[in-house]
Design a protein. Sequence first.
Length: 688
Amino acid sequence: MPKLIAKLLASACLSISTANAQDIPAADEAMPYYDRHLIDISNLRYFTEGSMIGDMMIHANAMFDAESKWKMTLYQMIQAGSGHHQARSAFQLSHLGVPMEDILAVWQPNYIETIEDQRLKAAFTFVDQLSQLPGDVTANSHAMLRRHFVDRQIAELIEMIAFNAANAAHDNILPIPTDQATVSWANANLYSVGWTVGKNVSASAEEQRAALFAGELMENARQEILKNWKREDLSAPPAEFDSDWLNAVTGYNVSRVTMDSDQDGVEDPFDYYPIDHDRWAQPGIADLNLPDEKTPAFDVSAYDFTYYRPPMSTDTEVAFSDRINFDTQWMRQSGMGTSRIEDYFAAGDRALPMKFLWQVFVTFQLSSGCTHCQVHGTRWLYEFLQDEAPDGIVDEAALSSIYDLFDIERSQQFSPAEMAALRFARDAGPLPARTTAAHIEELRRHYSNREIQELMMVIISGARLSAGQQGNVTVTDRTSMAWALRALPKVGWRPGDHLGLPQEQRRLFMSEIEPTVMAILMSGDSLDFASEWIGKPVPIAVDADGDGVKDAFDGFPNDPTRWEDTDRDGIEDIADADIDGDGLSNEFEAQTMTFPYKADSDGDGVIDPEELRVGTDPLDPSSLQLGRHFQMICKDLNLQMASAETVPTISIPLDQIGAITVDAADNKGMGVLLHHLHEQTVRRRHSY
């Protein structure tokens, strides 16, 4: 077993959020839920159907087969504490024909260690690092995956984890009243691993779900989307469901009308004044939501904890590189869902003001550990402050409304209603979450059902973003990071690993892309938002053989039984001695720790054998600046560099570029040089 994987496996179960170390009051844990059908996110049809589309598309056969995905999903739901989705995942595996003993094995504490397939073991190890939030992803994590998968397959894995995190967050903040058929199935089949319905038990027939979004129901819904999806036409309307799958699952009789006649952000079925932009709420509606007077007050002190923790410095064996390739916008099939989720959140004021929803978002992300999300959230708030300032200049007093989100309990500027929502977001941030029925009762004291749904929408979409961006370790766009580095260190904020090279960066902040989008639309051209957003071409989703892998990534685009041929030489990867076709054998790449599925391991534009030949580090994109030094040194010492596999070992400390150790008799490659280079550059990279 490679040293890096062994190291990661040994620490796989240690990433427990410090936020969860504080006990939740027993009375709050025991407090029952009720009338969940009235406040559940499923009432927001456009948002929830987007979530359903993304979830079912990412779990279908593609670069990872559906069975592996559902096993990883089950594992993630066990770690995240989602009882409903444990039952759902297990049921789906049973539907796929997986033996029950194999399903139950996923609950075993040492399950990952028992996986014999080293590629699948690496994927499960990565899932484990993101099963709880904040996550524990480092450059070593990416290197581990890249030694087993192409970047596009890693993107698929990260997107699946992100959707799972959103589903787990939903079940954590408002336990889903699982349908009776699933409860009966789970009781009969999962009792040996200790599964119980727990908080997912329904308090009434009205709130219990009608069916599980799994099995034939989910497959029929997926086929409906595939039928309506015009893959090759970017200007075509998004694929929609023909059938009402939302109510088939929930049974909540959610209106199919999503029109908002007065454009106030509240759809007509929720709008008491559907043609009056300035008001929507029925008079006295908030009073109808008040909890029973015997319900105890929210215990503020019991939940008061330090929820923002700056990223920790970590020594890693490799550097981060080429992270833009993991961007989830590559996943056009699940992107049909994510675009609806993001559109709904960012569309503007709704029942609650957009600025306040962003304050909730930032608080959640400070607690969930998504540094990239913290940058974007605070920048959106800054732009709101600019709009509010008479001259556009934001003073220190106004900035305090952002700074106070880092420690809401010490703030004096939030109302009791705002504090209830911010506490909800703070305690929902870690995964497993620290929210209870007491949080819901506190929200009911201040908000209508519709407003609570919107708060849940922020948390659930935020969880998907948090897991996805922590998995990518996304390099934040330049202008947003510049804002954060100027404004946020005052309250102890740090950028962590979300600084990177220009070629890794997201191109634009969300508000900056709007002029580009409008110009494209005004010109009459088709808008490819995914490519515009990332700043590099995203292949369209044509899939000639229907195997779930886009032709652009399919080595055998007309053969549905296989797709893996990384270098397109006609030889399947499993039988190819040089998978990426860079001239270095898989065996040699295992020795040098470069990536056999990536000819240019660090994505700096120079393939691995060339970097080894000239003496730069093929695992560190910043090492090219040292290439001239290496070439001059080798020239001065008259070293022959005929091939990458016979380069003499050279050890050059970066802080002592003149101190050179050469062993011309050592023909094992660049091991000493790479190790020393990694050790020095990574230590510098993580020093703040």
